[in-house]
Write a protein that binds this ligand. Structure first.
Ligand code: CDP
Length: 206
């Protein structure tokens, strides 16, 4: 059972991916962390504008060292979206994602191009979305727990910017696959989103 979950920033796809994988006993890969790690590596050496440096960082990526805690900042999300627009960076990360997806029991992968590029033959594809305002509110709540200076307006501006960059890039843009089921979580809490996603998965499973 291979489950592909795509959607824009803070749509809840990561939380859903984790919950669904836990429920079904499958491994889960948050592919955003791969691009975040490449972005973070470039920021660390002051070379975010250097395409070759980002391609080298993608080739050198060690999945066992990915630390979600340090990678989930706004600055790294923005850097991830910059490096993710480069076709050679994306190409360097394809094999790793497909190997993960090829586990005999299946897997859950979430990202921007899982249903369209990485796993076009997934058993079930979900495209999770919510309005920019709802997504900004969720991300703001996460951030303000750690940062008393977090601003909702800044988070919303970041979401608009990242949506535009991720959707308009030439390389594997954020796109709903034709055969993906749309799940709009704007009016749904975590439990309701999980129940709705699980119903879609169970239906696809037959
Ligand atoms: O958690 P959030 O939705 O904010 O972002 P993420 O899933 O961690 O992804 C960070 C950035 O990586 C995105 O804005 C995309 O530009 C890029 N990304 C991508 O291009 N393809 C993927 N499969 C996953 C992430």
């Amino acid at each position: 059972m291979l489950i592909a979950i795509d959607g824009p920033a803070a749509s809840g796809k990561g939380t859903l991916g984790k919950r669904i994988a836990g429920h079904l006993g499958l491994a889960h890969l948050d592919t955003g962390l791969l691009y975040r790690a490449v972005g973070a590596a470039c920021l660390a050496i002051g070379k975010l504008d250097d395409e070759a440096a980002s391609v080298a960082a993608a080739h050198a990526l060690d999945v066992s060292t990915l630390d979600p805690e340090t990678l989930r900042t706004g600055e790294i999300g923005e850097a991830a979206s910059v490096v993710a627009a480069r076709p050679e960076v994306r190409a360097a990360l394809i094999d790793l994602q497909r190997r993960f997806a090829a586990r005999p029991e299946g897997a859950v992968l979430d990202g921007r191009d899982i249903g369209t590029v990485i796993c076009p033959d997934a058993t079930v594809k979900l495209f999770v979305t919510a309005t920019p305002e709802v997504r900004a509110e969720r991300r703001y709540k996460e951030l303000s727990a750690r940062d008393p200076f977090a601003s909702y307006e800044a988070v919303l501006a970041d979401i608009h910017k990242r949506d535009a960059r991720d959707s308009n890039r030439a390389a594997a843009p954020l796109l709903k696959a034709d055969d993906a089921v749309l799940l709009d979580t704007s009016a749904l809490g975590i439990e309701e989103s999980f129940a709705a996603a699980l119903a879609i998965v169970e239906r696809a499973r037959g």
